[in-house]
Design a protein around this ligand. Sequence first.
Ligand code: ARG
Length: 277
Amino acid sequence: MTGASELRVPTPRRYVMCEPKYFTVEYSINPWMDPSQPVSAELAVKQWTELVDTYRRLGHRVETIRPVPGLPDMVFAANSGTVVDGRVLGARYRASQRTAEADHYRRWFLDHGYRDVVMPTAINEAEGDFAWTGGLLLAGTGFRTDPAAHAEAQEVLGVPVVSLQLVDPRYYHLDTALFVLQQGPSAHLAYYPEAFSPGSQRVLARLFPDAIIASAADAGCLGLNGVSDGKNVVLPMEATHLAERLINQGYEPTFVDIAELRKSGGGPKCCTLEIHG
Ligand code: ARG
């Protein structure tokens, strides 16, 4: 689309991230995780550090939380909080192996001056299943976050929530199948329709008729687990087809290697909790 690039304006973001110092795959709670495959925490740290450097180079602020031994998935910061306009809704994990992470993040928010921190009563994997468009909170369910958490998020955060049903176990979190490219009243998204139920596909088509429709190959490398600042889009390096579509729409893809973290079912977005507003 000629001229589209003039419309794309990057805005500086604030991210919270956790170094994968104790990263491993020793249990399996999604189809990507195979505990019999070798995993290198050292390589995961290297890839994560490059992701942090990429964000800083793009002008974003990255704050970090100290990793805790015995919590190998703590690197996936996106699952630990949904923050909109200073209000924080914490996490409640479905898998017992991750339960303890929620309180470490809760304390991080309190230690960093957030007064309005609410812990959910329903299973809630935060930005794993919640995507803020700037006006709506898109909310996934089907594998992790309980539908009751959608109503709770609406009440606690005071934002309108749109529930979406996930149907493919490989795309167990909303952020593995959809991401927001540009926030605002006419938000722009990319998503993989086949990850959603027929009704949810129709909801997405109705709300976001101009969205970029991703292919099976885009989704299969966790390409939808991208992070956009409105112009620069950080993507797994294998997501070349999606990158081309983004360039045609005026975005600028930046590739990162997240192969080690993908062994746990995670990509750039999973590692990145965004403080919205
Ligand atoms: N191994 C983690 C889990 O299954 C990966 C979480 C990825 N995070 C995300 N936001 N999709 O819970």
